[in-house]
Design a protein around this ligand. Sequence first.
Ligand SMILES: C[S@@+](CC[C@H](N)C(=O)[O-])C[C@H]1O[C@@H](n2cnc3c(N)ncnc32)[C@H](O)[C@@H]1O
Length: 303
Amino acid sequence: MLAQEAVEAVMTRADGLYVDATFGRGGHSRRLLARLAATARLLVIDRDAGAIAAAQQLAATDARVTVAHARFSELTTLLRERAWWGAVDGILLDLGVSSPQLDEGERGFSFQVDGPLDMRMDQGQTLDAAGFLATVDAEELELVLRQYGEERHARRIARAIVAARAIAPLRRTLQLAEIVKAAHPAWERHHHPATRTFQALRLRVNEELREVEQVLPQAIATLASGGRLAVISFHSLEDRLVKQALQRATRGVEEDLPRGLPVTPQRTPACMREIIRQQAASAAEIADNPRARSARLRVAEKL
Ligand SMILES: C[S@@+](CC[C@H](N)C(=O)[O-])C[C@H]1O[C@@H](n2cnc3c(N)ncnc32)[C@H](O)[C@@H]1O
């Protein structure tokens, strides 16, 4: 299982300082705690109130655990507050939505269950999917569907959404799924026509790619020598960001100078080494959980 592989790869010392930056319902944290000594510490982070309630229950029974209700892009601040900065032995990032977020219709992430068009991971955030769809113009919506959903029919769908909201406000997930289905010219095998639209809206509402872009350099910087970062991503847009950040860290970066200047570009040296380049879920895991089909695990160690 990718979860087990991530936990095994990230753990280098039993008495270390660890961060699970995407607690969810704590599957990874529990696996890690089972392997850690009584003197180890685990900081768990999530932006979802339901995840935090579950984390607090765990912390009440396990003194090694502390909980932060925050975005993981605030990692530096969270670690400095605890005097952990620069001393972390392992960081786990399991990106994307959790099963409870997807399965509970009221959260609005699913195009298969009726619910309000919410899609906020952090229920305290002001912008939700309905709010975004009420005001966005057709050009920006098209761009969001194209960039975050890699939706080939972005223009048709964006126009259909804007036309539909002029007749009645968009409030429900199944209402939106029907509009997208009607605008979509073709069924793609394995995919409901609204799959890409819902992914795009979710990424936009939660600024998910920006969060990933911001947390990776912080995670890399805060690891102690020998400390490890394990990231599981669930689609190619996230995985590309992880791959690029780890490539920069494992190969070093050459200063970007205009061509033809008579100076040698400075090179920032590598600060990590690759442990797992790109691991997919096993066939058995995919059979058990089809959502794991596009999951990828990457692990690197601080030099
Ligand atoms: C795939 S789930 C993690 C599942 C977890 N590993 C488990 O075993 O239960 C991702 C979790 O990360 C949280 N999350 C996603 N982006 C976040 C961010 N930028 N800051 C904090 N939490 C985030 C989500 O709310 C969700 O609970």
